[in-house]
Design a protein around this ligand. Structure first.
Ligand SMILES: [Fe+2]
Length: 494
């Protein structure tokens, strides 16, 4: 229903216009002869089109135009005047007036102008709707492309703000184990503290459990900076397999209307999109965990074959993460470090026992077989989802900074940083481990070896970072913890 307002201080003109518009479908026409009352009505009610006289005593139609567009930016305002001037016409159109009618006008012309205006408005609103659908398409496309969870949640929350529209929105995710909700992302320009606390889930303290699986809605009138608003606070539960996995919160504030049932349906649709994102992320994580467990079982199998390196990969990871943090690796890169450390020697699966556990030093031929383990490792993992991140660790942990390492003889920064880091930590732990042909060296021997080979075998910067960490005591602490755990693990096997 289009709400049309007609304002003219001459009563009979209002009457004629109202009668002329009587056959318009889906239109409600309200007339005002008092421009001040009209102005107040416009400030407090929903309005689609305003037809106003330009000069009404001391009151100007331009003031009605400004009030209308300030309160209803997509409304249509048509001015009428019996005293046209070019200057006034330009001024009215510049201020956003849709058209300008010169009295006396034919009622047919008036009707045609109003119909054109309403059509223009319909197209504008349809455009907004299309933009909304485009926003949703963007989200669906991102979902289909398997974008990571956090950016996807940000995208959905931002889309909710645009398409609803909403003043603020947030997503809380529920921890499966504890049942606690944690804020994942929040956006919008919030003018009152109540809205901010709502977005952070303050309403959960009242014991709301979404047992009915329906959105929780608070509709109220609030005053913000002296202006009254219809405020709707909506919390839409995100349900996956009958379980609540999170909540999409939205703050809708409008001068004239509370959130509509259609907008609540749209919110539910957006919550379903977040749910899909959470579900697919969970599946990815489960799959990744199951891959990692399988591969870890393989890595354990190698360690079981080579009794002298028991606990080696765990210790390597524990020390490597200390260095990686000091090198300011991103959280994504840190997450890959664990996989890389666990799997770096996975290729030893393909090295025969007689070489792997030979009590004497390896001869040249045997050494050549041993040196194949980085490439064998890559071959084992290539094509397995999520394992790509481990490949740089595996392929390059035996490269040397001076170019004399294997398998490719890469030099300096040609060697991936993952390999340069792992080379330092791997060697450090290996020197201290017992071998069939020698006893493990002391910590000091291992540190001296790193210093001696700084810039030769090892990246000098990473050795410096290692020494800083070592001098701070953090490496010793990590080693003691791990050695103790390892000793206990070995004792439990006896
Ligand atoms: Fe290795």
């Amino acid at each position: 229903m289009n709400n049309i307002i007609v304002i003219d201080d001459e009563h009979y003109i209002c009457g004629i216009i109202k009668e002329a518009l009587g056959d318009f479908e889906n239109c409600q026409v309200t007339i005002f002869t008092d421009p001040e009352k009209a102005s107040s009505y416009i400030e407090n009610n929903s309005v689609d089109l305003v037809l106003t006289d330009l000069v009404m005593g001391s009151f100007s139609g331009e003031s009605i135009l400004e009030t209308t567009l300030k309160n209803h930016p997509d409304s249509i305002v048509i001015l009428m005047t019996g005293y046209p001037t070019i200057r006034t016409a330009i001024s009215v159109l510049r201020k956003g007036g849709y058209d300008y009618l010169i009295k006396p006008f034919k009622l047919e012309n008036l009707k045609a102008t109003i119909m054109r205006g309403l059509e223009h408005q319909r197209l504008k609103r349809e455009n907004v709707e299309l933009r909304s659908q485009l926003e949703l398409m963007k989200v669906k496309d991102a979902l289909a492309r398997g974008i990571r969870l956090q950016p996807l949640i940000s995208l959905i929350v931002d889309s909710a703000i645009n398409v609803l529209p909403a003043q603020g929105a947030s997503v809380l995710l529920r921890d499966r184990k504890t049942g606690e909700y944690a804020l994942q992302y929040q956006a919008g320009v919030l003018l009152n503290p109540r809205a901010i606390s709502f977005l952070r889930g303050s309403y959960l303290e009242t014991g709301i459990d979404f047992a009915e699986r329906q959105p929780y809605l608070i509709s109220e009138d609030v005053e913000v900076e002296g202006q009254l608003y219809k405020s709707s606070l909506v919390a839409v539960p995100m349900i996956s397999n009958s379980e609540i996995v999170g909540i999409l919160n939205l703050i809708h504030m409008d001068r004239f209307n509370h959130i509509s049932p259609g907008q609540i349906r749209l919110s539910t649709l957006l919550a379903m999109l977040v749910t899909s994102a959470v579900e697919s992320n969970q599946k990815d994580r489960d799959l990744k965990r199951s891959y990692l467990m399988t591969i870890k079982a393989l890595a354990n199998a190698i360690e079981a074959r080579d009794k002298y390196t028991a606990g080696h990969t765990d210790r390597v990871y524990k020390i490597a993460i200390i260095l990686a943090r000091r090198l300011n690796w991103s959280s994504a890169k840190l997450a890959n470090l664990r996989t890389g450390c666990i799997l770096h020697d996975i290729g030893k699966i393909g090295v025969p026992d007689c070489i792997l556990n030979k009590p004497e030093r390896l001869n040249d031929e045997e050494m050549e077989v041993m040196k194949r383990h980085p490439q064998l490792g890559v071959r084992i993992l290539t094509g397995i989802p999520f394992m790509d991140a481990a490949l740089p660790f595996i392929i390059s942990h035996h490269e040397k900074y001076d170019g004399t390492g294997y398998p490719y003889g890469l030099r300096g920064e040609e060697i991936p940083i993952e390999g340069r880091l792992l080379a330092v930590v791997d060697t450090f732990d290996a020197i201290m481990s017992d071998r069939p042909y020698r006893s493990g060296g002391s910590v000091q021997t291992a540190v001296d070896e790193l210093i001696r080979n700084k810039g030769i075998q090892f990246d000098p910067h990473i050795v410096d970072i290692f020494l800083e960490a070592f001098n701070s005591g953090s490496i010793t602490r990590a080693m003691n913890y791990k050695r103790k755990a390892n000793r206990e693990a070995i004792l439990s096997r006896i």
